[in-house]
Design a binder for this molecule. Sequence first.
Ligand SMILES: [Zn+2]
Length: 170
Amino acid sequence: MSVSNLNNLKLYESFMDSYTRKINEATFNVPFKGVRIGNAKRTRLAQINLKSKIITFSRYAIENVPERGRRYLVIHELAHVIEPSHNKKFWALVKRYEPDYKIIEKQLEQAFVKNVKQANYNEKKKIIKNDPGLFSVAEDLTLSFFKNESVASGGFVKAVQLKFEFTEFI
Ligand SMILES: [Zn+2]
């Protein structure tokens, strides 16, 4: 991980720590120790360890998301301190502080997916920047691949894959 990435994570962490404390004081006021920022792209947007009382947020669920979505995520995790399962009691707790949680949750999930796509795209761009040869192969791809013209090299196959994955985001 690069230094700037590490600094960003520390920045998010201290921001989310005081943000979560503020929301907790104004809502459930449950015991809560602190936050961690993770890089989860597929798993849950956030989760609380009920033993350590530490909430781990995926960075993709807290940056470039609607403010109300971020607030909802905090309320959701804090409510788990009172009720660990997603049962009726749990949703009643969440609803107390976010009556529109169903809509807000959907919007947050959409923002999360968008952020993950953007991050994947940026990573691919970095690969291409570090390997311009691969990019020119990927750019010059024609139907020759499907005509079975000398396509055995691993680099070429990698370029084909990259081209297809890359175009998804353009
Ligand atoms: Zn939950």
